[in-house]
Design a protein around this ligand. Structure first.
Ligand code: SF4
Length: 174
């Protein structure tokens, strides 16, 4: 479920998802490309030049992709003001690392929202609330805090908590 506070507004992004991820030729992607190399269909103004025909062009994966709002938030970070991943390699590396980490933050926040809809015990519900507060999706992130997040306890604790909900997820589908 998209978070309306952080829309995936591609018009306020720089096509980060067209550059950072590696593509493998498959039924989802029409070409191979390594991480950090721009898709050849990305235009100069950071918009996809085949957006209206992604599926027929062999890029169904792009149609299904959602950065969960991480892309525009990265571009809006003060440290990247007026910058582009096209400027130089260090900027590109910093932007892509921050994008990878913030997308994880958004994914974990979304998973916790989904978990909250399961038939949880009071203890599990309290734990979900505490982890959501600890994750603090809306905080003023920076490249530095995102880098620290990827190596930090909260990310691991949230993943372990989500795994522990397997029984509750099974009960919800019975
Ligand atoms: S990273 Fe997100 S906002 Fe940016 S182009 Fe991709 S889908 Fe759009």
């Amino acid at each position: 479920m998209p978070d309306s506070r952080h829309p995936s507004d591609c018009s306020r992004c720089q096509g980060l998802c067209c550059v950072y991820p590696a593509f493998d030729t498959s039924e989802m992607f029409g070409l191979d490309k390594p991480s950090g190399e721009a898709c050849p269909h990305l235009g100069n103004s950071y918009r996809c030049t085949i957006h209206a025909r992604l599926g027929p062009s062999g890029f169904r994966g792009c149609e299904l992709y959602d950065c969960l709002g991480a892309g525009p938030r990265i571009i809006a970070l003060p440290e990247f003001a007026g910058r582009s991943w096209r400027d130089d390699a260090p900027t590109a590396t910093a932007m892509f690392s921050a994008f990878r980490a913030l997308k994880q933050v958004h994914e974990l926040a979304e998973f916790l929202v989904t978990a909250g809809k399961l038939p949880l015990s009071t203890e599990q519900r309290n734990q979900a609330a505490a982890l959501t507060a600890e994750l603090d999706l809306d905080r003023d992130w920076s490249g530095q805090t995102l880098d620290a997040f990827e190596r930090s306890g909260p990310a691991l604790r949230i993943r372990a908590f989500l795994v522990s909900l397997r029984d509750a997820a099974t009960r919800a589908h019975e």
